[in-house]
Write a protein that binds this ligand. Structure first.
Ligand SMILES: *[C@@H]1O[C@H](CO)[C@@H](O)[C@H](O)[C@H]1NC(C)=O
Ligand SMILES: *[C@@H]1O[C@H](CO)[C@@H](O)[C@H](O)[C@H]1NC(C)=O
Ligand SMILES: *[C@@H]1O[C@H](CO)[C@@H](O)[C@H](O)[C@H]1NC(C)=O
Ligand SMILES: [Ca+2]
Ligand SMILES: [Ca+2]
Length: 163
């Protein structure tokens, strides 16, 4: 019976932790997702691989996708605070088909905030997107090295059932 009690204690503890919607301790929580800010200057697809490596059984991790102005302002403000600059890779790219931008996490592309005159595919070789000044975006060479931001969902059940 001691074992059963101990097992129940563990189950209840796990339930409470997951239901509260946790992010790994090195991440920031925003609107049900976990954001990891990495200051090391890194090429776009190496940054995506780094983010992918933070996936677990419950949620996959990618370079950040940005879905609206509020999320953009969160990412921009946190980058400015942590790195003193907003020039970070986000997950948007047109590496597959020129002019057709996609998020590396496969989610819908329904919001963008490119600077005037961007994306310009400068020198015919710009396929990866970073936050430029403040909140505006620019396409740049994927081989450029910049700090970056990863995003993954908090555990799904917590996401759907939290009040
Ligand atoms: C992936 O993560 C593991 C464990 O944290 C680490 O040992 C490994 O070097 C990482 N690999 C890459 C490619 O980042
Ligand atoms: C884009 O779609 C996502 C997911 O459906 C939604 O949360 C977000 O508000 C949408 N953004 C805009 C600008 O419509
Ligand atoms: C962008 O660059 C590609 C080469 O990677 C070229 O084929 C394409 O025409 C360019 N598109 C624009 C809009 O300049
Ligand atoms: Ca391009
Ligand atoms: Ca550009």
């Amino acid at each position: 019976m001691v074992c059963v009690k101990y097992f129940l204690f563990l189950v209840v503890s796990l339930f409470i932790v997951l239901a509260s919607g946790v992010c790994p301790k090195d991440s920031l929580s925003y609107n049900g997702d976990c954001y990891l800010f990495i200051s090391e200057n890194t090429k776009f697809f190496e940054a995506e691989a780094f983010c992918n490596n933070k996936s677990d059984e419950l949620s996959s991790s990618h370079l950040v996708s940005i879905k609206d102005r509020d999320e953009l302002e969160f990412v921009s403000a946190a980058s400015l605070q942590l790195f003193g600059a907003t020039k970070v890779w986000i997950g948007l790219n047109d590496e597959n088909i020129e002019g057709q931008f996609e998020w590396t996490d496969g989610s819908i592309f329904n919001y963008s905030h490119f600077a005037d005159g961007e994306p310009n595919n400068h020198s015919h070789r710009e396929h990866c997107v970073h936050i430029y000044a403040e909140t505006t975006w620019n396409d740049a060479s994927c081989n450029g090295k910049k700090p970056f931001v990863c995003k993954r969902a908090q555990w799904e059940w917590a996401h759907e059932c939290a009040p």
